[in-house]
Design a protein around this ligand. Structure first.
Ligand SMILES: Cc1cc2nc3c(=O)[nH]c(=O)nc-3n(C[C@H](O)[C@H](O)[C@H](O)COP(=O)(O)O)c2cc1C
Length: 130
C-alpha cells in the first residue's frame, strides 16, 4: 500500500556539492525502489517527503537514518495515500527562495496540488521559517 513519509533532520552548513551527491544517490536508489518525493534544505535543516510502498520506504529510510551527514531525524508524518504527489520525481530538490516575502508564493506554486492539507502546510511552514 502506498504511503507518504515526512521528516526533518539537522545538517548545518552542508555544501551544495553534498546536496548534489544526495540527489544522485536518490536517482540511483529511489528509481529502483519506485520511491519518489521532494527534498528541501534551508542551510541548517532538511525536510524530505518520501512516497512509495511501505517496504521500499523502510529500505530507503534505513539508508537515510544511518547517514552521518545529518542527525536528529524526526518523523512528522507517516500516512497511507491513494496516489502519489510526486510521481515524476525520484527526488525533487525544491529550492527555497532567498527573498523571504517571495518564498511562500513561490512554494505554493511549486508544491504538488494533491498534497494533503496538513503535509502541505507543514512543508510551507518549514520553508518560510528562517
Ligand atoms: C537528507 C538526506 C536525504 C537522503 N535521501 C535519500 C533518498 O531519498 N534515497 C537514497 O537512496 N538516498 C538518500 N540519501 C543518501 C543516503 O543516506 C545514502 O548515502 C545513500 O542512499 C547511499 O547510497 P548507495 O548505497 O547507493 O551508495 C539521503 C541523505 C540525506 C542526508
Amino acid at each position: 500500500m502506498l504511503r507518504q513519509y515526512l521528516y526533518i533532520s539537522t545538517a548545518p552548513g552542508l555544501p551544495r556539492e553534498e546536496i548534489e551527491n544526495i540527489l544522485e544517490a536518490c536517482k540511483r536508489n529511489n528509481e529502483k525502489r519506485d520511491v519518489t518525493g521532494l527534498l528541501l534544505y534551508n542551510g541548517r535543516n532538511f525536510m524530505q517527503l518520501l512516497e512509495g510502498d511501505a517496504a521500499d520506504l523502510f529500505w530507503v529510510m534505513r539508508k537515510i537514518s544511518s547517514d552521518k551527514r545529518h542527525s536528529g531525524i524526526s518523523r512528522l508524518a507517516d500516512i497511507a495515500v491513494d496516489e502519489r504527489s510526486c510521481p515524476d520525481w525520484t527526488m525533487r530538490h525544491v529550492q527555497i527562495a532567498d527573498d523571504v516575502d517571495a518564498r511562500r508564493a513561490k512554494l505554493e506554486a511549486e508544491l504538488p496540488d494533491n498534497l494533503q492539507r496538513r503535509i502541505r502546510e507543514t512543508i510551507l511552514n518549514f520553508a518560510i521559517l528562517n
